[in-house]
Design a protein around this ligand. Structure first.
Ligand code: NAI
Length: 297
């Protein structure tokens, strides 16, 4: 069955270029009305203009779709709230939020200033929090919402020179994992995408022949599925270059220590057994850790 978004209202942040632009074009082509948000700044988050978002709106409208541009910085909670209020005034609701806006300020941790660390956390983490907060109550009241966070391979697995970005991106999966529990009762699903695509963010980080196979159109199918009516919740999908994988936050079966074994030497001796992949599961929430420990007791 084809996946459609007729009647849905979507906000995509950072949609003036790269992945966000592709998501916005693809959602609009499948019937959604779009708020194309983008600060329009440089890759490190400096500067800004609404023209990047407006260009994508022009593309959507030229293709017969409905869209409006918004130049708010996701770091500005009041401007984000105004964007959501204007959307609700125009179209009555927000069904879909894709938290996609992002920047890079790469440096080894030794050379990184606290300001560059803080700013990257501010844009990725607090930017996503600001946007989510502004749509949350409305989605719950409407008994419908689809929210997508954007993590990255760095947030999941790490990358030299990206401690700020990795910390911010990992925080987004943590945000999802508690938020999805709070949204479940009201049909608000929360998922996370870990994209890999040729955009200005990666143009100097990957070889040209690889980039040629990794256009944003290789990521967009996963993003659209994760914000569709039939979307799962609490899922992390990795996508790029034609590959789709799922990432899990798991717990090993571990071992159980008797009272006499509660020593660091026991942990050292059992470290291989504690680390074994045999019987690994993904708990649905934090109490899974205690349940795993008690199940062996
Ligand atoms: P991009 O640089 O083309 O797009 C990011 C957009 O966000 C830009 O248009 C920028 O103007 C906008 N933006 C930046 N700060 C903003 C703010 N404060 N408020 C509103 N808009 C703002 O890069 P790309 O690759 O499309 O990135 C999209 C998302 O995907 C980002 O969150 C990025 O971290 C993530 N990502 C991308 C990967 C890739 O391979 N391209 C890999 C992993 C994650």
């Amino acid at each position: 069955m084809s996946i459609r978004f007729d009647g849905r209202v979507a906000i995509v942040t950072g949609a003036g270029g790269g992945l966000g632009r592709r998501y916005a074009l693809d959602l609009a082509a499948r019937g959604a009305r779009l708020v194309v948000n983008d600060l329009g700044g440089a890759r490190d988050g400096t500067g800004g203009s609404v023209s990047a978002a407006q260009a994508v709106v022009d593309e959507i409208v030229a293709a017969g779709g409905e869209a409006v541009a918004n130049g708010a910085s996701v770091t500005d909670a009041a401007a984000v709230q105004a964007m959501v209020d204007e959307t609700v005034a125009r179209w009555g609701k927000v069904d879909i939020l894709i938290n996609n806006a992002g920047i890079l300020r790469d440096k080894s941790f030794t050379k990184m200033s606290l300001e560059d660390f803080r700013f990257v956390v501010e844009v990725h983490l607090m930017g996503s929090v600001n946007c989510t907060k502004a749509v949350w109550d409305g989605m719950r009241a409407n008994n419908y919402g689809r929210i997508l966070m954007t993590t990255s391979s760095t947030g999941l697995y790490g990358n030299f020179g990206q401690t700020n970005y990795g910390a911010a991106k990992a925080a987004l999966t943590g945000f999802m994992k508690s938020l999805y529990l709070e949204g479940a009762k009201n049909n608000v699903h929360v998922n996370t995408i870990a994209p890999l695509a040729a955009t200005r963010m990666t143009e100097d980080l990957m070889p040209a022949e690889l980039l040629a196979k990794m256009g944003p159109e290789t990521v967009s199918p996963a993003a659209l599925y994760l914000v569709s009516e039939g979307a799962p919740t609490n899922v992390i999908l990795n996508a790029g270059g034609g590959g789709f994988e799922r990432a899990y936050v798991t717990i090993t079966r571990g071992v159980h220590a008797g009272a006499e074994d509660l020593t660091p030497e026991f942990v050292a001796a059992q470290f291989d057994a504690i680390s074994s992949w045999d019987g690994m599961v993904e708990p649905a929430n934090g109490s899974g850790q205690g349940a795993m420990a008690l199940s062996r007791g």
